[in-house]
Design a protein around this ligand. Structure first.
Ligand SMILES: NC(=O)c1ccc[n+]([C@@H]2O[C@H](COP(=O)([O-])OP(=O)(O)OC[C@H]3O[C@@H](n4cnc5c(N)ncnc54)[C@H](OP(=O)(O)O)[C@@H]3O)[C@@H](O)[C@H]2O)c1
Length: 335
């Protein structure tokens, strides 16, 4: 059902507890749009992020160009100048999702975002050509928001939605793990056309062990169980999937959100990547590494139909080299 966009600013509150405990983060406030913007946009209508000026548009744009040619953190050396892909990113305002989108923009890969609050796209990604970045408003808990038009022309999907493992303000409005990680993923997958070339779902390590300590503590409110149910639904959907189960996430979400900040994000010392299968890997992983793994998996054929765990540790990493990622994913083949 179509719904009007509300202009309530994003509350500025700390996230209390996450799936793996980590220091409090803050979500940004954003400036209210001029009164003629978005006032009649329905839930399934595309919104170009170029319709309104971002906080510092020229600086952001300039930085993007500079970054594409010289910034080593989101390395573009192997990136084609344009792509036939159109990637739908769900959860694009989140820690991993925002890095996925910045990286797709940096690679000149077209993306479409499904956001509960499309205003966040402007804050995060600034002014972009409508052809490069489109924004749809939608809540995965509501099947009526997942209009087929959202998937028109989409070739690949990366889903990084999630909420906190324990009760927090991010559960407001019943946005609980059951609603997001299970029902939301189920609704999204159910709405997907069979023409998709790949669906990448970000999940969590521990989903197969949620009744065992210490995972049972993390799972007190069902987050691991519901993530597993979401995974299973995708696995049984007949769609070409890859599931990336992340360890405890480090780096970000970035509090000074904008494209400039996102493009400068680094995995710090934690650049070396460990890939596992069978839910045996336990550890931490940089959000940047998870975002890169999702993007790389789209093009590595043998990752289709597979589930991987991912960690990152101190050391040199694959950055955005497709060959190195292929070798990394290959290391667990047949184990
Ligand atoms: N934190 C960890 O240590 C850890 C470990 C393993 C796995 N994971 C999983 O890894 C993934 C990425 O984590 P993250 O920390 O980057 O995520 P995050 O920052 O919590 O972002 C979650 C994203 O999901 C969106 N979302 C939430 N409810 C939604 C709904 N009902 N409809 C549509 N979108 C919705 C949020 O949008 P809004 O802006 O509208 O809220 C946001 O874009 C998540 O699945 C998380 O559970 C996390």
């Amino acid at each position: 059902m179509a719904s009007r966009l509300s202009f309530i600013p994003t509350p500025d509150f700390p996230v209390q507890v996450d799936i793996f405990p980590r220091p409090s983060q803050r979500f940004p406030c954003f400036t209210l749009p001029p009164s003629n913007s978005y006032s009649t946009v329905s839930s399934s209508k595309a919104i170009s992020s170029s319709r309104r000026e971002p906080p510092a548009p020229s600086a952001v744009k300039e930085e993007l160009i500079q970054s594409a040619s010289s910034e080593p953190t989101h390395d573009s050396k192997t990136t084609p100048s344009s792509s036939s892909k159109l990637v739908l990113v769900v959860g694009a305002s989140g820690g991993v999702g925002q890095l996925v989108v910045a990286s797709l923009l940096n690679r000149n890969i077209k993306s479409r975002l499904l956001l509960r609050d499309p205003e966040k796209a402007i804050t995060l990604f600034g002014t972009q050509d409508e052809d490069s970045l489109q924004v749809f408003k939608g809540d995965t808990r509501k099947p009526e928001d997942l209009d087929p038009s959202i998937f028109e022309g989409v070739t690949h999907v990366i889903c990084c939605t999630g909420t906190t493992a324990f009760p927090s303000r991010r559960w407001d409005g019943d946005n609980t793990p059951e609603r997001v990680d299970w029902e939301g993923v189920r609704n999204l997958v159910s709405a997907m056309p069979s023409s998709l070339k790949r669906v990448v779902l970000v999940s969590s390590v521990g989903v197969t062990k949620f009744s065992e300590l210490p995972w049972s503590i993390m799972n007190l409110f069902g987050v691991l169980k519901f993530k597993r149910m979401g995974e299973d639904f995708l696995r049984n959907s007949g769609l070409p999937f890859t599931i990336i189960r992340a360890g405890r996430l480090t780096d970000g979400p970035y509090t000074s959100y904008d494209l400039n900040t996102l493009l400068k994000a680094t995995a710090g010392q934690r650049r070396a990547v460990l890939i596992g299968q069978g839910d045996k890997l336990v550890g931490e992983v940089s959000r940047l590494v998870v975002a890169e793994a999702c993007i790389q998996a789209l093009d590595i054929e043998f990752t289709e139909g597979k589930i991987y765990e991912i960690n990152s540790v101190e050391g040199e990493g694959p950055e955005s080299d497709p060959q190195k990622w292929q070798e990394l994913f290959k290391t667990v083949e047949g184990h």
